[in-house]
Design a protein around this ligand. Structure first.
Ligand code: ACO
Length: 355
């Protein structure tokens, strides 16, 4: 069954969730994609309405969880807070150690619904503001933007964030999903498996690259500086963040969609600055790495998503945790598959040489 969750053709640049090309899925609501990943097929109208209602009804977080967020160090990345809070939150879940499919589904809904609320609450408090109560009338993406800003987002921003969550939702056996699966393979609880995923996602070679991309855009500052910046990185043998992938040896299909979305947002805002700065970095990197050196290093999922956050005025401190908001559905789909197998994952040390 796990083979069906995701399919990647790294040479052709094809990505499918449950055998459906991601290009066909990106216009649907995030809730439908979450359902697809976890239940194995797209929901009908009624099923989607019911699933969305369940998610929207579980967005609020317990007062004790809010109290612990208030005690966090607000100078850290939101991922560090998220990791701690998801772990703490598990203590109040009545289904914590109920590993039946029904108990696990109830936890899954709470995790998917509440992770955005945790991130937004942390962000509001870090900025000296009171948290915003989630609005059940809003979509997953619109509600998250509302909770961080305190005002309803426009339709385009809400739509782009939904697409961001969808494009971040699943990617086969990437490092964080593998982490979650290993924890689930011991039959540990779903919260523990998701905490494992969070801990792994935050690394700069994985989801943490999105934060680094935003910092890099600020450092480069304008298209004219891209040439010197990229050449300097290559000369010092440093990685350019948001580029390269273990599986894709061509343009990451998610990267292509993100690039188009970033352009649309830039044009709508009448401000091409960040888009053009990113495109200038991309052009030099492709010229130097792909065309001159023959290395298949193209923008990945983290590059133009970082550009989108610049336009949405989302700070780098939140970038990786927003990735996690989308990815949690994929982690859960893999954990459920792993629970069904009832088989511990136990690789041998010699396999490390193949990684
Ligand atoms: N910038 C410059 N050179 C690069 C880059 C990059 N971003 N990525 C790979 N290369 C080069 C390496 O220096 C290496 O060159 P060499 O053969 O001359 O030594 C070659 O390409 C192969 O690189 P590896 O690091 O061995 O490739 P690997 O498959 O192990 O790593 C990874 C993939 C981790 C994604 C890598 O490309 C990287 O570090 N990218 C930057 C971080 C990043 O954007 N991570 C997000 C990935 S997507 C995700 O996880 C959500």
């Amino acid at each position: 069954m796990s083979k069906n969750i995701c399919f990647i053709d790294g040479l052709e640049g094809i990505l499918k969730y449950r055998e459906i090309d991601v290009n066909e899925l990106v216009d649907l609501p995030y809730d439908a994609i979450s359902y697809l990943l976890i239940q194995g097929e797209l929901p009908g109208e009624q099923e989607l309405a019911e699933y969305s209602a369940r998610l929207r009804g579980e967005r609020k977080i317990d007062g004790r969880v809010v109290d612990v967020i208030r005690m966090c160090n607000f100078d850290i990345d939101a991922m560090e807070a998220l990791r701690t809070i998801v772990s703490f939150m598990s203590q109040f879940d009545p289904d914590l150690n109920d590993n039946s499919p029904e108990g696990n589904m109830r936890k899954a809904v709470r995790l998917i619904a509440r992770i955005p609320t945790i991130v937004a609450t942390y962000y509001r408090m870090a900025n000296g503001k009171e948290p915003i109560t989630p609005d059940p009338a809003l979509s997953h993406g619109a509600n998250f933007l509302y909770m961080i800003r305190g005002s309803k987002p426009d339709a385009l921003e809400a739509e782009i964030l939904e697409k961001d969550f969808i494009l971040s939702a699943e990617h086969e056996l990437n490092a964080s999903t593998f982490s979650s699966r290993i924890t689930a393979s011991t039959l540990s609880d779903l919260y523990s498996a998701i905490v494992s995923g969070l801990c792994t996602l935050k690394g700069p070679l994985h989801g943490g690259a999105r934060t680094e991309v935003m910092t890099m855009l600020e450092e480069v500052a304008c298209p004219e500086n891209a040439e010197e910046f990229v050449l300097g990185k290559i000369e010092r043998r440093e990685k350019i963040m948001g580029f390269g992938h273990r599986v894709y040896k061509t343009y990451d299909p998610r990267g292509k969609i993100f690039k188009q979305l970033a352009k649309e947002l830039a044009e709508t805002k009448g401000d091409m600055h960040w888009y053009e700065t990113a495109e200038a970095i991309e052009n030099v990197a492709i010229r130097e790495l792909v065309e001159k050196k023959g290395k298949p290093i193209y923008p990945n999922v983290d590059f133009y998503s970082g550009v989108i956050y610049k336009y949405m005025e989302i700070p780098p401190q939140l970038a990786t945790s927003i990735f996690a908001i989308g990815r949690v559905s994929g982690w859960i789909a893999h954990c459920f598959d792993q629970y069904e197998r009832k088989k511990i994952i136990r690789p041998r040390a010699f396999m490390l040489d193949e990684c």
